[in-house]
Write a protein that binds this ligand. Structure first.
Ligand code: G6P
Length: 467
C-alpha cells in the first residue's frame, strides 16, 4: 500500500513522547529540536513535510510554553503538545504507566511485593484517566473529519473509549510496543481496571503488536475479561537503513571509533546495547560472562564484554536498584577475572547513540538476552550495521525472535549456563559458518523498514490485515 502526502495530511499520530523538544535560547526565544526515543526516530522522517499532525505530552516547562502556542510547526513536523498538570502527569506516567502497566505486560512483577493497589495507586489511576481524557480531547479537537489516528503504546490505553463516543468518524488504531501479558498476568490488576483498559483498546478498529504472541495474549485477555476479542494485527518495526548509514558516517561515530580502539584493542568483542531496564536481563548477561571465563581460561584477556547502556526512568526505585545491582555485578566480575591492563567488562552508562552505532559495526558477538521484550530493534540494527560477520545471541523471549531465528543463536534468557555456552559457541565458530549465519540475520533484519510498519498501521485502520 503506498500512501500519498495528501492522505498523510489526514493522519494523526498520538504518543506520550513527542517528536520535538523545546528549549529556550539565551535571548529567551523557544527553539525546537528533534526529540529522543525509538518511536520518534522511526516515525519522524516519514512524517516530515506530509502535514500529518503529532499529538504528545509536554515534558517540561519549555515544552509547556510551546504548547500554549497551539499547533507548532518545526523541522517539517506539526506538533500539538499537551500542557497537562505536572503532578497529574507524573502520577499517571510513573505510577500507572511505568510502575504498573509496563511491569504487568512484561510479566516482571515481584508478586510478593508488587503491585500494591492502595489509595495512592487509585489516585494515580484517576490521574491516568485524566491524562488519557486530555489526549482524547486534543485528538477530537484537532483531527480532520474522517482522519486516521495512530495511538502509540501503554500510556494511552483509554483514548479509544472517548474517541468512539466523541469522534465516531475517525479510524483509530492502537499500537503496543511492549509485550502483552496472558490472562493470568493481567489478574495482578484490579478487575475494573483490567476491564477499562481492555475496553479502551478494543474500542479501536484494530490493535497492533510487534509479534504474533503478544497479539494472541491480548486476544486471550479480551476473551477472558470482556467475553469477546477485538481485531488485531502484527506489524514488526524494522530499522531505517538510511538513518543508520547517516549515523554510521557521522563525525560523532568516527570519533567513537578511536575510543573503541582503546577499549577493545585486538581482543574479541562481546557487545550489548540496551536501556537500563529490568526487562533487559543485564545481570544474567554478566553472570554468563563470569561462567564463560571460569570455564574457558583460554578466553581470559582475549575478550572484552562491552555494555553500552542508556539510563532509563531513574525516578523509579526499581530502576535505580537495578542499576546499582548491575554496576556492582560488573565490578565483581572485573575483580574476579581482571588482570593488570584487562577489564573483562567495560560498562558505559550514558546516552550515546553514535558510539553504539560504531560498536555495532564491529562486534564479534552481540548479546540480546531480554527476559521479555516487545521487539528489540537493537538486534536488527546490529545485524545491518555489522561489518565483521558478527553473530547474534538472541533471547527467544524477544519479539524479534521469530523473524531472526534463522541466523541467530537462540537462548532461554533465564539459563545463564546456556547463555555462556552460546557465547562460547559464537566465539569459537569457524569463519564460513559465521558468514552464513550473520548473512541470514542481516537479510532477515532488513526485510522491514519503518515505512512498512507505518503502512501496516494505516492499512489496519482501514480494516485490512497488513501484509
Ligand atoms: C520502553 C518500552 C516502550 C516505550 C518506551 C518509552 O522501551 O518498551 O514500549 O515506548 O519504553 O520510554 P520512555 O522513556 O518514553 O518512558
Amino acid at each position: 500500500m503506498s500512501v500519498t502526502n495528501a492522505a498523510m495530511s489526514e493522519v494523526v499520530v498520538v504518543s506520550n513522547r513527542g517528536p520535538l523538544k523545546f528549549s529556550r535560547r539565551e535571548d529567551g526565544e523557544l527553539v525546537a529540536r528533534r526529540g529522543a526515543g525509538g518511536l520518534v526516530s522511526s516515525l519522524s522522517p516519514l512524517l516530515v513535510g506530509t502535514g500529518a499532525i503529532w499529538i504528545a505530552a509536554a515534558m517540561d516547562d519549555d515544552d509547556r510554553a510551546a504548547s500554549r502556542e497551539g499547533l507548532v510547526e518545526a523541522e517539517g513536523l506539526r506538533l500539538r503538545s499537551l500542557d497537562i498538570d505536572p503532578a497529574t502527569y507524573r502520577m499517571a506516567y510513573d505510577v500507572v504507566s511505568n510502575a504498573t502497566l509496563w511491569f504487568v505486560y512484561h510479566g516482571l512483577f515481584d508478586l510478593t511485593r508488587r503491585p500494591r493497589i492502595d489509595r495512592r495507586w487509585w489516585q494515580a489511576w484517576a490521574a491516568y484517566q485524566t491524562v488519557n481524557e486530555a489526549f482524547a480531547q486534543a485528538v477530537a479537537d484537532t483531527a480532520p473529519q474522517g482522519a486516521t489516528v495512530l495511538i502509540q503504546d501503554f500510556h494511552l490505553s483509554l483514548v479509544g473509549t472517548h474517541l468512539a463516543h466523541t469522534r465516531p468518524d475517525l479510524a483509530t488504531v492502537h499500537f503496543t510496543h511492549t509485550p502483552f501479558c496472558d490472562p493470568t498476568g493481567l489478574r495482578a490488576l484490579p478487575d475494573a481496571v483490567a476491564e477499562e483498559l481492555l475496553s479502551g483498546l478494543a474500542a479501536h478498529t484494530a490493535c497492533g503488536f510487534h509479534a504474533q504472541r503478544w497479539a494472541a495474549a491480548y486476544r486471550d485477555c479480551c476473551t477472558e475479561v470482556l467475553g469477546r476479542s477485538s481485531a488485531t494485527f502484527v506489524a514488526p518495526l524494522g530499522p531505517d537503513p538510511d538513518d543508520l548509514s547517516r549515523v554510521a558516517g557521522s563525525d560523532a561515530c568516527q570519533d567513537a571509533q578511536s575510543w573503541l580502539d582503546d577499549v577493545i584493542g585486538d581482543r574479541r568483542l562481546i557487545l550489548r546495547v540496551d536501556r537500563v531496564e529490568p526487562s533487559k536481563n543485564l545481570l544474567r548477561g554478566f553472570l554468563a560472562l563470569d561462567e564463560l571465563l571460569g570455564q574457558r581460561p583460554d578466553l581470559r584477556e582475549k575478550v572484552v564484554f562491552l555494555a553500552l547502556v542508556y539510563p532509563s526512568r531513574e525516578g523509579l526505585p526499581e530502576y535505580l536498584a537495578y542499576r546499582t545491582e548491575m554496576e556492582t555485578l560488573a565490578e565483581r566480575v572485573n575483580r574476579t577475572w581482571g588482570t593488570p591492563g584487562w577489564d573483562p567488562v567495560v560498562l558505559a552508562v550514558s546516552d550515546n547513540y553514535p558510539r553504539s552505532v560504531a560498536a555495532l559495526g564491529r562486534y564479534d558477538v552481540l548479546l540480546v538476552n531480554p527476559i521479555r521484550d516487545g521487539l528489540n530493534l537493537v538486534a536488527k540494527e546490529g545485524a545491518l550495521l555489522n561489518t565483521t560477520d558478527g553473530l547474534l545471541v538472541l533471547s527467544r523471549e524477544a519479539g524479534a525472535w521469530p523473524e531472526l531465528a534463522q541466523g541467530a543463536i537462540g537462548i532461554n534468557p533465564f539459563d545463564v549456563s546456556a547463555t555462556a555456552d552460546a557465547l562460547a559457541r559464537a566465539l569459537d565458530m569457524a569463519p564460513g559458518e559465521r558468514r552464513a549465519l550473520s548473512g541470514a540475520v542481516r537479510e532477515a533484519a532488513g526485510r522491514r523498514t519503518p515505512r512498512d510498519w507505518l503502512n501496516d498501521q494505516l492499512a489496519a485502520a482501514e480494516g485490512h490485515q497488513p501484509g
